[in-house]
Design a binder for this molecule. Structure first.
Ligand code: CA
Ligand code: CA
Ligand code: CA
Length: 160
């Protein structure tokens, strides 16, 4: 019994560290799908995140934007997004806060999987925000905690 419990704990610890590792691996060349990267990195999308319109996106602006996107997707107002909330039911399910192209790419099951760090088929607000913080860090190539238009549109940072 003791050995089994130990093994279970060890296994759980390994799983946990793997989940944390994959969420934080900024060196992963496939942070997003190619379609997601293309749609996100359009200037139209940058303008939507740049709340104060100073042509720079801060982490606070990014967090605030993705909190709003999470709320828009989270129809049942619990603490996570399930597949049925995630997936676009029709072409008309465009989010008001985003372009149609971006909405479609975001709502793919592949992108849901990339944000579901612990693999429980639900994306919590933390998982959603952490994912976009990793995207922010990737795009902020100068590491000054702001993303300029040049950084925003740089190719090859989020996917191959
Ligand atoms: Ca700004
Ligand atoms: Ca939900
Ligand atoms: Ca999850």
């Amino acid at each position: 019994m003791k050995v089994t419990a130990k093994k279970v704990i060890l296994f759980a610890a390994t799983l946990l560290s793997t989940a944390v590792f994959s969420a934080n691996t900024l060196a992963d060349p496939m942070l997003s799908t190619g379609g997601y990267a293309r749609q996100l990195q359009k200037m139209e999308m940058m303008k939507m995140l740049d709340a104060d319109g100073n042509h720079m996106v801060t982490m606070a602006e990014s967090d605030s934007y993705y909190n709003s996107i999470f709320d828009a997707l989270n129809k049942d107002s619990d603490d996570s997004l399930e597949a049925k909330e995630w997936a676009a039911p029709t072409k008309k399910s465009k989010l008001d806060l985003a372009t149609g192209g971006y909405t479609n790419e975001l709502r793919s099951m592949k992108m849901m999987g990339m944000m579901d760090a612990d693999g429980d088929h639900k994306v919590t607000r933390d998982e959603f925000l952490n994912y976009h913080r990793a995207v922010f860090a990737k795009l902020d190539t100068s590491s000054d905690q702001e993303i300029s238009a040049t950084e925003w549109s740089m190719k090859g940072l989020l996917s191959k």
